[in-house]
Design a protein around this ligand. Structure first.
Ligand code: ADP
Length: 486
């Protein structure tokens, strides 16, 4: 048996296949863009056939480069979460477009269910909120509006993206892992399986749903690459990144700073419940036992830098923000609250709009750019406060994503959070987490702890800001946010 690990990383805008040596070295990758379909404002769809074709292309190229299927110990899959696929069990072909996580078409249904007082019960059972983001209300919408789904009867299969890929790879195995299932609004967070009451609430035929399984194990084998390769790891992308960042102890936290920022804190083995509108979710399931996470997100992270570059023309490139921020000794009293699409946790003010405040004649472009970067640490600090109030305070912060290549930003996070911030040299933590799970599932590693030998070196940023300056920053931000909310 080979010992390389093949990862399929099914993102929102692209599909990737990556190959890892058991020591963690990345041996290569292939990627292909995915077409985004926007049939109406607020709607986002993918063609599930295209997802499969691109996966086959990228993974086949990677298997060939590896030296054939016999060199590969196992496949790990990680995927865009919440996106939902509908297919025909007899033909294995999609019956409708895949509805993507960003899609807002079920907003009216969410409002209706909230008005009917359903949210507290749904949150207590699933750890989630009634938002179009999650799969359940997307399924309800599809069952109502797409007659071919009802017409398919017992032939209908419903599943998230990893479930669809496993079906195609194995020729008919219908499973989903517990992390992906925990984003559907239909799985009891603490219980083993689907909740009949919730499945009924969203009008999903029970027999259309996959079996919920662990994140690592011998799930099935695929013949599609010419030999037989076992599929041994599965997790949603944010959970895989949290595993790739080795957040194995309660309180361990990772933050991914991409377009937006996603933060997950390991919450241990008892299902958490949030009083601060954070999400409770499955971090992994192994041997039938679940470990949980509290999850929060910042809507605007790297997109603020894109906005400064593309809409305001204040900068030419994202990386130059680092030198610009360093060119001034402090923010000069300038704060930028990036509520470009409302304010999320813990403020929850969808109608708030962004503002730059504290400007004077001495303010320069550098102060505004610096304030934009500083907003990342401040938004993270607001999240940390909410996590702490839910009993999931952060011990230290492990960061990844495109924004934290910015050293100034990584140091500012450490300073404002007053925590050490760790940044791995190998940035692809999502793929690494999927490889670690596949390594555990295939028996290459006895457990996740052993799989951490796949992780490479990291840089630690220690907090250095003096207490007075930090207090001033926090107070300045709070005042700036209050101006935006009022
Ligand atoms: P995603 O996975 O969401 O596409 P990435 O993790 O690739 O995002 O990160 C890209 C984002 O990071 C972009 O929004 C970009 O503006 C921002 N970014 C990239 N490099 C830097 C940098 N050096 N400083 C600040 N922001 C950066």
């Amino acid at each position: 048996m080979g010992e390389k690990l093949l990862v399929i990383d099914e993102g929102t805008t692209s599909t990737r296949a990556m190959l890892f040596a058991p020591g963690g070295k990345c041996l290569g990758s292939h990627s292909a863009d995915l077409t985004q379909h926007y049939p109406r404002p607020g709607w986002v769809e993918h063609d599930a056939s295209e997802i499969w074709r691109r996966t086959l292309e990228c993974a086949s190229a990677m298997v060939a480069e590896a030296g054939g299927p016999d060199t590969i110990a196992a496949i790990g899959i990680t995927n865009q979460r919440e996106t939902i696929v509908f297919w025909d069990k007899s033909t294995g072909e999609p019956l409708a477009p895949a509805i993507v996580w960003q899609d807002r078409r079920s907003a009216a249904l969410c409002r209706k269910l909230k008005e009917a007082g359903e949210e507290p019960g749904v949150q207590a059972r699933t750890g989630l909120l009634l938002d179009p983001y999650f799969s359940g209300t997307k399924i309800a919408w599809a069952m109502e509006h797409w007659p071919q789904l009802r017409g398919a009867g017992a032939r209908l299969a419903v599943g998230t993206v990893e479930s669809w890929l496993v079906w195609k790879l194995t020729g008919g195995l219908h499973i989903t892992d517990a992390t992906n299932a925990s984003r559907t609004l239909m799985m009891g967070l603490g219980s083993g399986g689907w909740s009949d009451g919730l499945v009924d609430m969203f009008g999903c035929p029970r027999d259309a749903l996959p079996e919920i399984v662990d994140c690592a194990g011998q799930f099935g084998t695929t013949p599609v690459f010419g030999g037989s390769i076992p599929i041994c790891g599965m997790a949603g992308d944010q959970q895989a990144a949290t595993i790739g960042q080795a957040c194995f102890a309660r309180g361990d936290t990772k933050a991914t700073f991409g377009t937006g920022a996603f933060v997950l804190t390991n919450a241990g083995t008892t299902p958490p419940s949030s009083k601060n509108r954070l999400l409770a979710t499955v971090l992994w399931q192994l041997g039938g036992r679940r470990t949980y996470a509290i999850e929060g997100s910042v809507f605007v992270a790297g997109s603020l830098i894109q906005w400064l570059r593309d809409a305001v023309n204040l900068i030419e490139t994202a990386p130059e923000t680092e030198a610009i921020a360093r060119s001034v000794p402090d923010n000069g009293g300038v704060y930028l609250v990036p509520a470009l699409s409302g304010l999320g946790t813990p403020w929850w003010e969808p109608d708030a709009r962004a503002a730059i405040s504290g400007l004077s004649f001495s303010s320069t472009r550098a102060h505004i750019v610096r304030a934009a970067l500083e907003a990342m640490a401040h938004q993270s600090h607001d999240l940390k406060t909410a996590f702490a109030a839910d009993g999931a305070d952060w011990a230290r912060l492990r960061v990844d994503g495109g924004m934290v290549t910015n050293n100034w930003l990584a140091q500012d996070l450490a300073d404002v959070l007053d925590l050490p911030v760790d940044r791995p040299d190998f940035a692809e933590t999502t793929a690494l987490g999927a490889a670690m799970l596949a390594g555990v599932g295939s028996g290459l590693f006895a457990n996740l702890e052993e799989a951490t030998k796949m992780r490479g070196p990291e840089v630690a940023f220690e907090p250095k800001l003096d207490a007075e300056a930090r207090t001033r920053r926090l107070a300045g931000w709070k005042a700036a946010v209050e101006r935006v909310i009022r």
